[in-house]
Ligand binder design. Structure first.
Ligand SMILES: CSC[C@H]1O[C@H](OP(=O)(O)O)[C@H](O)[C@@H]1O
Length: 369
């Protein structure tokens, strides 16, 4: 770079705390308060969960949503379930808790973070003593704080891939509302804007649930980051105009070969991006990597109520008798992804070999943490 004025600002330019204006999950010590994302941005109200089943229902209803956020909520749901168990024996407690964990796990099928968080809680129970309740609460807190740290690390790592003066397009919501804070793909955008690398931000509306139109541009507005909303159908045309150089998205499950499940529409965005020379960046913590799933065809894609497509804010907008198909995720093959950014590093041109190397490094980091 020959013009220092164009040099991006250092990491110190990222004031992470300024992005903490939105927190979707709040543990009070006796209950879990969830910001109800079904009614944002016009209504800010919390749903108070006092049982694990209430947390499972809130995850299924998208009161709380976003792969990392539902894992964190489920972990606190286990803590709520523990309050109702009357034994000091962690083995007995694990047996009594298992039905509640299975109901939490069944809340949504695609994001691996849910099963990953519950597996961590089970491992704690398997090694805990009489203080197993406190051990579960410490683990839920650790899952939440580790996610925030991961997002801040990914923000820096992903932003470093973006040349100053770039435009980016993002899909769905991957911000503080989908995580423990700062966001995954939106964290890269926040860091990239703070460092002067990103000059233009575009967000898709993300039909049918409108995570982009209702959540992402609302988060960015509170950051003071100008963002331009586009119709999902306008994305390829936007790429053709040359205004964006990166498509930056989150993930719900990254397979052993790098195939990635994410919000419906990501796959066609990646196809259009490749056609127009726009690079594709997937940003997700290691809790989203699922090395037990070999490839994207093996991922269960959540099908949601067609009413989410046939109605808008409870008002039917389609003629009676018309049916709808409402898959809410799709799979982008690793061959269409230019970079996967995790808190443990960046994989360019992901494939099974590179994912295996990432998994090995992630495991070494876990052993030394
Ligand atoms: C931080 S990644 C969040 C991820 O989850 C979203 O799905 P949903 O809103 O249905 O939970 C979307 O796939 C995002 O990329």
């Amino acid at each position: 770079m020959n013009n220092p004025a164009l040099a991006p600002a250092p990491d110190s330019a990222i004031d992470y705390d300024r992005y903490d204006h939105v927190r979707p999950i709040r543990w009070t010590g006796q209950a879990l308060e969830l910001l109800d994302q079904r009614v944002l941005p016009f209504t800010v109200v919390h749903e108070v969960c006092r049982t694990s089943d209430e947390v499972a229902e809130a995850i299924a209803a998208l009161v709380v949503r976003g792969a990392p956020a539902i894992g964190i909520a489920a972990a606190w749901g286990v803590v709520l379930a523990a309050a109702g168990i009357d034994t000091d024996d962690p083995v007995e407690a694990a047996q009594q808790l298992e039905p509640a964990l299975q109901r939490l796990n069944a809340a949504r099928p695609t994001a691996v973070n849910l099963a990953w968080a519950l597996a961590r809680m089970r491992r704690v129970l398997a090694s805990a003593g009489a203080d197993w309740r406190d051990a579960l609460a410490r683990e839920a807190h650790a899952i939440e704080t580790e996610d925030l740290a991961a997002n801040r690390a990914m923000g820096r790592a992903g932003a470093a891939l973006i040349a100053p003066g770039s435009g980016v397009l993002t899909h769905c919501n991957t911000g503080s509302l989908a995580t423990a804070g700062f966001g995954t793909a939106l964290g890269v955008i926040r860091a990239g804007v703070a460092q002067g690398r990103i000059a233009r931000v575009f967000a898709t509306e993300t039909r049918p649930w409108n995570q982009g139109a209702r959540l992402t541009v609302w988060e960015l507005q509170q950051d003071g980051i100008p963002a331009t909303l586009i119709a999902d159908a306008a994305a390829a045309h936007l790429m053709k105009t040359g205004q964006v150089q990166w498509l930056v998205v989150g993930a719900d499950r990254i397979c052993a070969n790098g195939d990635t499940a994410n919000k419906i529409g990501t796959y066609q965005l990646a196809i259009a991006a490749r056609h127009h020379g726009v690079k594709v960046m997937v940003v997700a913590p290691s809790s989203t990597v699922d090395m037990a799933t070999a490839h994207g065809d093996a991922i269960e894609i959540e099908q949601r109520d067609p009413a989410e497509l046939l109605s808008f804010r409870g008002q039917r907008v389609v003629a009676p008798g018309v049916s709808a198909w409402n898959p809410v995720f799709d799979v982008t093959p690793h061959t269409l992804i230019d970079a996967i950014v995790t808190e443990h590093g960046v994989i360019e041109r992901p494939d099974a070999v590179r994912m295996q190397a990432l998994a090995a490094y992630t495991n070494r980091c876990a052993q030394h943490s």
